[in-house]
Structures are given as structure tokens and as C-alpha cells.
Design a binder for this molecule. Sequence first.
Ligand code: MF3
Ligand code: CO
Length: 264
Amino acid sequence: MMGLRRSRIPIKSERELDTMREAARHVGEILLEVREHIRPGVTTGELDEIAAKSIEKRGVRSSFKGYDPHGLPKYPAVLCVSVNDEIVHGIPGPRELADGDIVSLDFGVSVGGYHGDSAVTIPVGEIEAETARLLEVTRASLDDAMEVMRPGARLSDLGHAIQQRAESAGFGVVREFSGHGIGQELHEEPWIPNFGKPGRGPRLECGMVLAVEPMVTVGRPDVRMLDDEWTAVTADGSMSAHYEHTILVTEDGGEALTRLSGSH
Ligand code: MF3
Ligand code: CO
């Protein structure tokens, strides 16, 4: 049965892709602007304000603010800022960044009805060698997934590549959060786990656009949710990194639409 069913992953037209490229470019540029302000003493709320001002100046729309997925409180900011043991969906506020922290920025906008979504983890000042290795490996796991994003590959090959890279480096892969299709919705079919056996699920085709977002931990990958109902932290308090791009499937492998020169 499953084998006969056509994939439900939407294929974007050239016209849609033009619009998605524009949304993705704004996401990449604003992330670069926010990154320039990362230093000890800046608050996570100030980073959110910088992103919000740039959104306004450009006349684009936040994909995150007011987002209301499963009857949780609406997401209150334009940026997710997750520090150290915070894995994902950290809410910006009065917390000051300190030397030795790592800070994950996750950001999305829409233009002409199409979304872009990207995340990056940045060191604050000097970080420990093991933490630097976490950042390198998490980024490399995303590059590995992009490498397999050619027509004919199976969806689960992505998560397999990510898990392989992270676990062979001795790190953990978070199970509770996944990548996703992206287009007219921020989250479209399919869900893309960052782990699993290869060779399963629908085949990729040119024109599919997927937001791939590995979350990797120094220690165990188990998750605990904070009382704000958004922020996910590692249960063991270990450091966690998060990288994401909005990626187009092409004959030559994934093309990261949110990657600009100078970005992750
Ligand atoms: N990249 C994040 C994700 O897909 C974006 C979350 S948007 C939020 O989960 F509004 F839910 F925070
Ligand atoms: Co995402």
C-alpha cells in the first residue's frame, strides 16, 4: 500500500522557488546582522529586538511571532535564542550572554506567502574545546544531510547521515524535534527525524524544499521542557547545538537557500 502511494511532499514551481529564495535570503541576512551583536553582556531580548527592527525595515513578516502549533501559548518573539543546555525554542528575555556560552539563533520570515527558516549556534568569546567540537560536528551533520539530498534518495537517508556523524563523534541526537517541509506553511510534510535507518520513506525529487535541523548534545540527548512550555533543555544539563537551513533538492545535492557568503 505505502509503496503505491504518491509522495505528498510538495514540489515547488520555478515561480514559487523565486519567492522562497527571496524569503531565505532575508533570513540569512538578518541572522548575519544579529550575529554581529553577539558579545558578553548583550541580552537575548536585545538580539530579538535587532531581528524585529530588521524585519520591519525590510517589510517582511516574522514566521515565528504568534506561532501557535498545538494550543501552546503563542510564540512571543521573532527569534528563538537558546543558550548552552537550551536545545531549541528558547524565548528571548533579560538573560545576559557570558564569555564561554554558546547561543543558538533560530529565525524565520515569510515573503509573498512563502517561508524561510534557519538556525546557527555561535560561540560567545572563548569556548571550551569540547564545545567547539560540538559546533563543528553539528554543522558537519547538516552538510552530510545536504550531500544526500539528490533525486532518488530516500527521506530517512537524511536522518541516518546526521545520526551517523553525531554519534560517531560521541555526541547525542535529540529525538523530540525534527526538520520539516517548508513553503506556504512554516511546517509542511514531511517530518524529518535527525536519526534512523537509511532506505525508508518517500524518494526525494528535484523541487522539494526541506528545512533540515539537527540538534546535537555533548551528553545524553534526553529533553526536559521548561515551565514556559517552549524552551527545551538537555535533561543532563550538557551543552546542545542547533544548525538549520532551508534546502532545495537538486541534481547535485541540497542547495541551502538560507546560506549566504559568511553564514553557516
Ligand atoms: N526552526 C524551528 C522549528 O521548526 C522554528 C520554530 S518557530 C516557533 O521548530 F515559533 F515555533 F518557535
Ligand atoms: Co525549522
